[in-house]
Design a protein around this ligand. Structure first.
Ligand SMILES: *Cc1c(COP(=O)(O)O)cnc(C)c1O
Length: 419
């Protein structure tokens, strides 16, 4: 039996030992949780845990103000509300992201506008953003995908030129650095998620940073996560001037968050190291395109994604994915199944059942081919799960398996050129 025969064809499997695992939660979280319960209140405004969580988060990020929310989706909605995004406004964002990125836009009765991406960083292309600006554009909602920062300098410049707010979706990008600066501190607001699948977990939860450092802005953001209740003003006001949801975080989540934050540096450093190993290895394999990460930036790899070159490889990304899985490496073809705008919600322009509102306020259409690079990315990408609990050997075996599969399909494509 040839050792380079694919496992999917009956050859030897590359990965035969289990991946490293570990416990995300321990005594540290238990201690904080007991303290939270002993406060005799789980309300964020009366207890100490959410406040402490935010203070620690602010210190890590060098920001003055942030607001806790019930999810990352909520964090983004709160940022949009604080930014003044309202009925009929357009918000430019990425078509390759979690749907949580666009939910708040539509709840504000604003219209998501999708700009195209860089082919290998998978992040928004500033040129495409600028092309999508109309007189209705109110904000740019950037997504730092998979721990890799967007090219923020040109984006901030475009925003300044057109007087737009910038909201950063950092749900996948804890401690990611753009030219040395932490993402989430560059735009007007930075939004984080602590759902159970992110770098750190509080079960569910989120954070919005208020980067203006302006107290009024902070109060507006805070109130937007709490039914527009003006709890921070000198004279607590119960006047309601416009609609805001209840997205409050509880003390239980805050407690877990405090303990999780202490692990965040280690989590991000480990993922960075493993991701860099994978990316440099993928970069030298014929037929594979590594992730484009600028040398000035620091990626914290929420997952690892690379692309196939169909001119070199004879397989589709689905075939590659199946072969890699058979080698013992869990992975997916693409990331989300399709770009967001091909979802029925956009195709049928129906955000609310039996209504075309707010899509009816805009001339925006969502045809196939709207963002050709983004569509091509999902058709040719392979996504590999990463964990801070993996061992060095796990990464070496992922590399061996990826290389084996790529070599097989590149030889199948051009046998004459291969040894
Ligand atoms: C997870 C995620 C969200 C939504 O966060 P939730 O806490 O699940 O609401 C938004 N944007 C991106 C890019 C995400 O990965």
């Amino acid at each position: 039996m040839l050792t380079n025969q694919l496992a999917i064809h009956g050859g030897p499997k590359t990965k035969t030992t289990p991946f490293g695992t570990g416990n995300r939660f321990g005594e540290e979280e238990v201690k904080e949780l007991i303290e939270a319960l002993n406060q005799n209140t789980l309300f964020y405004h009366f207890g100490k845990k959410v406040n402490q969580f935010l203070e620690d988060f602010n210190n890590m990020h060098g920001v003055k103000y942030s607001v806790a929310t019930s999810s990352g989706t909520a964090a983004i909605h709160v940022a949009l509300g604080a930014a003044g995004v309202t009925v009929g406004d357009e918000v430019i964002t990425s078509p390759i992201t979690d749907q949580g990125t666009v939910i708040g836009i539509l709840y504000q009765n604003a219209i998501p506008v999708f700009a195209d991406l860089h082919p290998y960083s998978f992040n928004l292309d500033p040129k495409s953003i600028e092309e999508k600006i109309t007189e209705k554009t109110k904000a740019i909602l950037v997504v730092h995908l998979a721990g890799n920062p967007c090219d923020m300098d040109p984006i901030m410049e475009i925003a300044k030129k057109h007087n737009l707010k910038v909201i950063e979706d950092c749900a996948q990008s804890y401690l990611t650095r753009y030219k040395g600066r932490l993402v989430g501190t560059i735009g007007d607001y930075g939004c984080f998620s602590t759902n159970d699948f992110k770098h750190i977990s509080t079960g569910d939860g989120g954070i919005v940073t208020v980067n203006s450092g302006n107290e009024q802005d902070y109060h507006r953001t805070h109130a937007f996560a709490d039914k527009n209740y003006q709890r921070l003003d000198d004279k607590v006001s119960r006047d309601i001037h416009y609609l805001a949801p209840n997205y409050r975080m509880t003390e239980l989540q805050g407690a877990v968050g405090i303990a999780q934050l202490r692990k965040l540096n280690w989590i991000c450093e480990t993922r960075h190291q493993y991701g860099e190993m994978l990316n440099s290895a993928v970069g030298v394999v014929d037929g594979l395109y590594p992730m484009d990460i600028s040398e000035q930036d620091y990626c914290t790899y929420w997952f690892y994604m690379f692309r196939l070159n169909p001119e070199v490889l004879s397989c589709s990304n689905e075939e590659f994915s199946a072969a890699l899985a058979a080698e013992g490496i869990p992975n997916q073809a693409g990331y989300i199944p399709k770009v967001l705008y091909v979802q029925p919600m956009f195709q049928q322009k129906q955000a609310y059942l039996n209504s075309q509102f707010p899509f009816s306020l805009s001339a925006q259409d969502y045809p196939k081919g709207l963002c050709p690079v983004a569509e091509e990315i999902l058709n040719t990408a392979i996504r590999i799960n990463l964990s801070e609990f993996y061992e060095q050997q796990d990464i070496e075996e992922i590399i061996a398996a990826v290389t084996k599969v790529a070599n097989y399909y590149s030889m199948e494509k051009s046998p004459a050129e291969s040894k």
